[in-house]
Design a protein around this ligand. Structure first.
Ligand SMILES: C[S@@+](CC[C@H](N)C(=O)[O-])C[C@H]1O[C@@H](n2cnc3c(N)ncnc32)[C@H](O)[C@@H]1O
Length: 223
């Protein structure tokens, strides 16, 4: 856990490069996405669409995002969700600082930022209508506790959605994950494959849809 914490404290300091990679902007960010993740511009757009496929455009209700990171992908979307009460959780205060700055620049209201651990969420059972997790589960060392907590705070009939890295789709990506992301604490094994992710989610949720673009799976699950 502290290896992951330290890794993302540094990313928080280098939020500009991180944001460029996450938004497919800037030369280095786009090159990294294409070379290591196999995502050209059109595949990147599909990745984005699948990551947010479970979040209705007119969503109102209580939403938890964990982990929010710098909020580079999600916070612009929250500007459109006037009727939503939104809580954003992340372990790293540096990542949260970048997210809070972005929220202020976007003049976002109705969003609460909390430094916290996905395996010990500070919310009562069945608090949320929707839990969004974009690129978080391949980072969390204790994935089962994270899944248990997400399910615990989700209302019956609520939606768990987002995206996650899955192994076995692209050999170059898998090598990059093992030799770089894992070694530096950005990712934590074990990872799901597309098939094992489907099976795992279907055992826990009533309705499950899983898609993929290269090594990213998108999921929409109803409790
Ligand atoms: C790859 S980033 C993804 C962030 C964001 N969803 C995005 O798409 O940019 C992973 C984030 O997980 C956070 N994180 C790692 N372990 C965590 C934990 N146990 N609980 C909450 N957040 C955690 C890190 O601090 C980091 O900001």
């Amino acid at each position: 856990m502290s290896k992951v914490f330290d890794a993302y404290q540094h990313v928080g300091d280098l939020a500009k490069f991180y944001d460029e990679m996450m938004t497919n902007s800037g030369v280095l960010g786009s090159l990294a996405l294409k070379f290591f993740w196999g995502l050209n511009s059109s595949a990147y757009e599909k990745f984005l669409t699948q990551a947010f496929a479970g979040l209705p455009k007119n969503f109102s209700g209580r939403l938890l995002e964990v982990p929010v990171g710098t909020g580079v992908l999600s916070l612009p979307i929250y500007r459109e969700l006037d009727g939503a009460e939104i809580f954003c959780v992340d372990l790293s205060d540096k990542m949260l600082d970048a997210a809070k700055l972005r929220a202020a620049q976007l003049n976002l209201r109705g969003v609460t930022f909390i430094q916290g651990d996905v395996t010990n969420l500070p919310f009562a059972n069945e608090t949320f209508d929707l839990v969004l997790s974009v690129n978080g589960f391949h980072v969390f060392p204790d994935k089962i506790s994270a899944h248990n907590e997400v399910r615990r705070v989700l209302k019956r009939g609520g939606t768990f959605c987002g995206s996650v890295y899955v192994a076995g789709q692209n050999r170059r990506t898998d090598l990059f994950v093992k030799k770089f992301c894992e070694r530096h604490g950005f990712f934590s094994p074990p990872y799901e494959t597309l098939a094992s992710l489907k099976k795992f989610l279907r055992e826990r949720y009533g309705r499950v849809e899983v898609t993929n673009v290269e090594s990213f799976a998108g999921f929409v699950c109803v409790k």
